[in-house]
Ligand binder design. Structure first.
Ligand SMILES: *Cc1c(COP(=O)(O)O)cnc(C)c1O
Length: 385
């Protein structure tokens, strides 16, 4: 091993970052004597989200997957229904609805933002379509005006899977608050985390009480807690989608520092963009794109290589230098489950091309500029095109 090898940097793809008051908040939760959910810290987090997003109602959940399941239950999705989801997304975007019996109908993505291609939307709508689920990839908004207009025309609810886009904006409005319901993720890989966690944003008052019932195992316990009913009982469908106070206490510490986290992530994004623009132009490599009317949540930074072979070669080239860059979603429409469910939708050639060529770079809240420059230089060293 040469001296150079022994000084290999080791830069992971993702790492949790503490804001400082997480453990103090958890100690407070323990000393308050409540570890189950819907107490002080759960409500503080919900208040924070409602205030900072101007959201009518935020319900903390055990994950974004669970928030999506709650949305499917609240919409009374059932066997025979169809739900339009992008093929280029995480499994849960489709699975939460498939679990209620719905057939996923996959829509392709735009090559610029990698968000669902709104020009393909209307052609996929049938009598059976019961929901449209846009995903704001990387924290950059879908073309929501066009999507909402089509949804309005056919009276189909829009559920935003906003796992990437907390604090991102579309024409000045907060992502997650534009659809009838919106979901958030606080998984360890997301901008703001409590390990496992999420939230359901309820933007339509028609779903306020039902969403609480769904989260509380099908009971009106939330109303009971507020003194609105004198007993609580089984009143509807539901499960246990409540995070514990320990998770909420951790999460509040992160939310309280949301501005600093988002500012840092914008800097990380811009450092990559500045450092890699010339190289990307020279070799015809795609970089993330933020349309004029969007403010990104800066969830990730990626390179779009011309094909899978080049992507894998660059991934290996970086790995040799101790840098972990990773690919992302495999097309859902090609999955085993999609075949089993006899899923619908058109061909998704952009999804397939993007899935094969996309490489995500290390991106976490405390990555240093020096580390980023190590990544940038290692990429610039790759010229095998
Ligand atoms: C992470 C993610 C989810 C799932 O989030 P969990 O909180 O882990 O359940 C859903 N959709 C998208 C687009 C995601 O990136």
């Amino acid at each position: 091993m040469s001296i150079k090898d022994s000084h290999k940097p080791s830069i992971p793809f993702c790492k949790i970052s503490l804001q400082g008051s997480e453990l103090d908040h958890i100690a407070k939760a323990v000393s308050e004597g409540h570890l189950s959910g819907n107490h002080f810290f759960t409500r503080q987090c919900e208040q924070f989200l409602q205030n900072s997003l101007a959201a009518p109602k935020a319900l903390l959940t055990s994950s974004c997957t669970h928030a999506l399941e709650m949305a499917a239950i609240a919409l009374e999705i059932q066997a025979g229904d169809e739900v339009i989801v992008p093929s280029f997304s995480f499994v849960s975007t489709a699975n939460a609805f498939a679990m209620r019996g719905a057939r996923p109908v996959f829509i392709d993505i735009r090559p610029d933002t990698l968000n669902l291609d709104e020009t393909k939307l209307e052609g996929l709508i049938t009598e059976k379509t019961k929901a449209i689920v846009p995903v704001h990839y990387g924290g950059v908004a879908c073309a929501m005006d066009e999507i909402l207009k089509i949804a309005q025309k056919y009276q189909i609810p829009v559920i935003e899977d906003n796992a990437h886009g907390l604090f991102g904006k579309y024409k000045g409005k907060n992502l997650g608050t534009l659809g009838r319901l919106g979901t958030l993720s606080f998984h360890e890989t997301k901008n703001i985390t409590c390990g496992e966690g999420g939230a359901l944003l309820v933007n339509d008052p028609e779903y306020f009480s039902l969403s609480e019932i769904v989260r509380e195992k099908g009971t009106d316990r939330s109303q009971f807690f507020r003194g609105e009913v004198d007993k609580y009982s089984w009143v509807g469908p539901g499960s246990n989608y409540m995070p514990s106070e320990l998770q909420s206490a951790f999460l509040l510490a992160q939310l309280e520092n949301a501005d600093a986290i988002q500012n840092k992530r914008r800097q990380i994004y811009e450092t990559y963009l500045t450092g890699l623009s010339a190289w990307a132009r020279d070799y015809g490599i795609g970089l993330p794109f933020i349309p004029e009317d969007c403010e990104s949540a800066y969830h990730l930074f990626y390179l779009l290589l011309p094909n899978e072979k080049k992507r894998d070669e660059l991934m290996e080239h970086l790995k040799q230098r101790g840098i972990l860059a990773v690919f992302h979603y495999l097309p859902l429409h090609r999955s085993k489950m999609a075949k089993q469910l006899d899923s619908g939708g058109g061909p998704c050639p952009v999804t397939e091309r993007v899935s094969a060529g996309l490489l995500r770079l290390p991106f976490y809240n405390h990555i240093s500029e020096d580390e980023q420059h190590v990544v940038i230089e290692a990429i610039q060293d790759f010229r095998r095109f």
